[in-house]
Design a protein around this ligand. Structure first.
Ligand SMILES: [Fe+2]
Length: 246
């Protein structure tokens, strides 16, 4: 993929009117993590506006291929092979060039490669679960991975996360980092997930669900899922870190 340099320009304040409430007791940890007082919007400082200066040429060839980027030579991650792709768009539907898109996920059994992970599902020795790429001149990104498994988590007595991929999108300043999650079309766990249910707007939830994309599915190889990320406007993607004012 040909990388593009980041767009530059003024920053916009966030529209907090569309955010779900920070305090959502169905998602237990929000009780301690949510602010107790009204948020204050601050002007961006110089370092927030001018950094980070990550090297766009530091993206390695296999950074957007989670099937092989942690695997031993000649081996591959176990799981359903998928292509995830889409565009990072602004509110006008114009592609955002040069955005750093990072993604991380559990393996096919629903287990993360993390020292605090306690789920009993097996680790895959050939799967790390992290990748990144930079959007091209049209705002397009893509990566190859395996479909993550759902996993249980200690919230209620029997809560399971739907299969999902975490995304981080970096613009050209620290204040422009946004974090969200992508879900998969047809997963019944989406609609009973306490984290998903913190989003009160059903249409906003649907925009986090990537549809199966048969047009870009590669025969005898891997299915495709399409996930466009809209940064502002009425069709904006719901971002997790907005509600904490980051
Ligand atoms: Fe997760």
């Amino acid at each position: 993929m040909k990388n593009a340099l980041p767009e530059t320009g003024g920053f916009f304040a966030r529209d907090r009117a569309m955010h779900p409430p920070a305090l959502t007791p169905g998602y237990k940890t929000s009780v301690l993590r949510s602010p107790q007082r009204a948020l204050i919007s601050l002007e961006g400082t110089k370092s927030e506006v001018t950094g980070p200066v990550f090297g766009h040429n530091m993206i390695n060839e296999f950074d957007n291929d989670l099937i092989v980027n942690y695997a031993k030579p000649g081996e591959m991650a176990i799981g359903q092979r998928i292509l995830v792709h889409g565009r990072v768009l602004d509110e006008r539907g114009v592609g955002v060039a040069g955005a750093l898109v990072e993604f991380w996920q559990a393996n096919a059994g629903g287990r993360y490669r993390h020292k605090k992970e306690t789920y009993l599902a097996a680790l895959d020795p050939n799967f790390g679960g992290f990748g990144r790429c930079v959007t091209d001149e049209n705002g397009y990104y893509w990566f190859r991975t395996i479909k993550p498994g759902p996993y249980p988590w200690p919230n209620g007595v029997n809560d399971w996360r739907p299969a999902h991929i975490h995304f981080s999108i970096f613009g050209h300043g620290f204040a422009q980092r946004l974090i969200t999650q992508m879900y998969f079309e047809g997963d019944p766990l989406i609609w009973i997930c306490p984290i998903v249910k913190t989003i009160p707007d059903e249409e906003a939830i649907k925009r986090l669900v990537a549809p199966l994309d048969m047009n870009n599915t590669i025969p005898m190889d891997m299915r495709a899922y399409k996930f466009d990320i809209v940064l502002r406007g009425r069709r904006s993607t719901f971002f997790e870190n907005r509600k904490e004012g980051n």
